[in-house]
Design a protein around this ligand. Sequence first.
Ligand code: MN
Length: 270
Amino acid sequence: MTDIDRRHWLRSGVALAAGAAAGCASPKPEPSVAPVATNANTLFDVPRPAVPIVGSTVVFPVRRIYCIGRNYAAHSREMGSDPTREPPFFFQKPSDAVQPVPIGRTIDHPYPSLTKNYHYELELVAALESGGRDIPVARALDCVHGYAVGLDMTRRDLQRAMGDQKKPWEIGKSFDHAAPIGPIHPVGEVGHFTKGAIVLKVNGVVKQSADLSQMIWSVAEQIANLSQAFELFPGDIIYSGTPENVGPVVVGDVMLGHIDGLPDISVKVV
Ligand code: MN
């Protein structure tokens, strides 16, 4: 452990194992989780991303954003894949990519840098209040606190270019404001979602129109599968994939996202 590491750990308030502090050859293992910052012991404040919860004065803190790829057969085909052969795959966006969208208002969403082909992907989002590893499908939905309407905004030209070069397509998916999201609706009020229309309009014209029942992997299966790769925690949210007919928006366009059972979200590209 370097002096800088030690100062960091000391500042974090995490007690050092005696062996590690002394540089002992067989130190006790250090905690496997990162130290938790509080306002009292950090060098500066870092905002914690959060999403409003309908009917509540408390907000939902976002720990991680997981996104499932190619989860509707027709979208999988339009992206050049064979939906019958591919297991679910996942990527992440940074948690501070969330852009909360209040109900009943149109919010401004900045057209991002570097792209000339900026795409919408309308998705059902599941917000977790508990987690774990190797969660069975039958218990997976117990982890869900609620659901929201979300947009997995995508710099498609950059995503494709990186894919063509067999490089990570992070830059196409994981940028500032890349995850507009409506408020979270608790399961107790809206239930779980296995079917229902999912419709995206741009300037009043229907662009995406499908049914949640067409998901290849259900939300429960997504949680179970994700939990084999990552330990899930309260605060994780899962963008559950988009149906077919993704497409571009330009400055001035207004996207209206609808999922049966949840209020619409309205987002203007500026
Ligand atoms: Mn997506």
